[in-house]
Design a protein around this ligand. Structure first.
Ligand code: XMP
Length: 319
């Protein structure tokens, strides 16, 4: 792709100019955006870059392994893998308000990066995979008064005391362009084609308070759902699909016993940039089969519902 080859060269020059001989620390989230940003910056400045993958305990099943494999083995880019799940889950305990969750997570990310920066003797820059839609959705809602819909974990600048400047080479790109750039940089198709995953992770797919038990249930249900989607060859037709664990228990029956367990919500949308989206029209047979598999394979769930809301008026994530 000619445009992306040119973009790559231009951005590499810009990064070198901005960074000079400085040190950069880059947070990886497991998503495509931060991975593409990291590979691009590594190409520009090599070992002036330190990549940090923060496991906040809010990741999907096997996420950490996928990311570590990609960086250490496919690219040979050094990666610091921080297990911060105790800290994140500890501070999120009892937090139910969506914006408070997001802000708590954003603050903790910064704290972890600060700690890691200290370990390498200080960093001058923090790199992030912020995209154009992240910037606008966090800032305002076009046409009306300025209203924050959601505080994206990686938008809004850094606390002043930090003394780090931001490097955000993808700030003008949309998702499909980031994927093109990722291919241009040689990222494996299986990684480039992955559905988007938000920085705050499963925290915003678990309305109400977050516990390790709930996260375990959610991770398993999500894995079954995605497995179903892949098996039916639907993954690439869908822009984003995931499970949500509702903070509600309902009554069911299994064998000749009564059950009282959680409800899982399934979400799948088509979109081009995440700014607007349509719910995906699965056939009912697929949904029925998926519900049966989730209830049979995931202990703690006895009911599954499908979200038929488009964006607007719904957002893609539930929080
Ligand atoms: P919403 O829920 O706002 O989501 O319709 C639009 C797209 O953005 C993703 N998203 C985030 N990504 N940090 C991210 O990196 C965030 O804080 C965040 N919040 C939402 C969401 O998964 C969807 O793809």
């Amino acid at each position: 792709d000619w445009t992306m080859r040119a973009f790559r060269e231009e951005e590499i020059a810009k990064i070198r100019q901005q960074v000079g001989k400085g040190k950069v620390i880059c947070g990886l989230s497991g998503g495509v955006d931060s991975a593409v940003a990291a590979v691009l910056i590594h190409e520009a400045i090599g070992d002036q870059l330190t990549c940090v993958f923060v496991d906040h305990g809010l990741l999907r099943l096997d996420e950490a392994k996928t990311v570590v494999d990609l960086f250490r083995h496919h690219y040979n880019i050094p990666l610091v893998h921080v297990d911060a799940s105790k800290q994140f889950l500890g501070e999120l305990e009892g937090v139910t308000d969506p914006e408070t969750k997001r802000k708590t997570i954003g603050r903790l990310f910064i704290e972890v990066f600060e700690q890691e920066a200290k370990k390498i003797g200080g960093a001058d820059f923090l790199a992030q995979g912020t995209l154009y839609p992240d910037v606008i959705e966090s800032v305002s809602f076009t046409g009306g008064p300025s209203v924050t819909i959601k505080s994206h974990h990686n938008v809004g600048g850094l606390p002043e005391r930090m003394n780090m400047k931001l490097v955000e080479p993808l700030r003008e790109l949309f998702k499909d362009e980031v994927r093109k750039l990722g291919r241009e940089l040689g990222l494996p198709e299986i990684f480039v084609g992955r559905h988007p995953f938000p920085g705050p992770g499963l925290a915003i797919r678990c309305p109400g308070d977050i516990t390790r038990d709930k996260l375990d249930i959610l991770r398993k249900a999500d894995a079954v759902y995605i497995d179903q989607i892949r098996k039916h060859g639907l993954y690439d037709d869908i822009w984003q699909a995931f499970a949500v664990l509702l903070p509600v228990k309902t009554v069911g029956v299994m064998g000749d016993g009564r059950t009282y367990d959680y409800v899982v919500g399934l979400r799948a949308v088509t979109s081009t940039d995440g700014m607007t989206a349509d719910f995906y029209q699965f056939d009912m047979k697929f949904l029925g089969e998926t519900a049966t598999r989730i209830i049979n394979e995931v202990k703690g769930v006895n009911r599954v519902v499908y979200d038929v809301t488009s964006k607007p008026p719904g957002t893609i994530e539930w929080e």
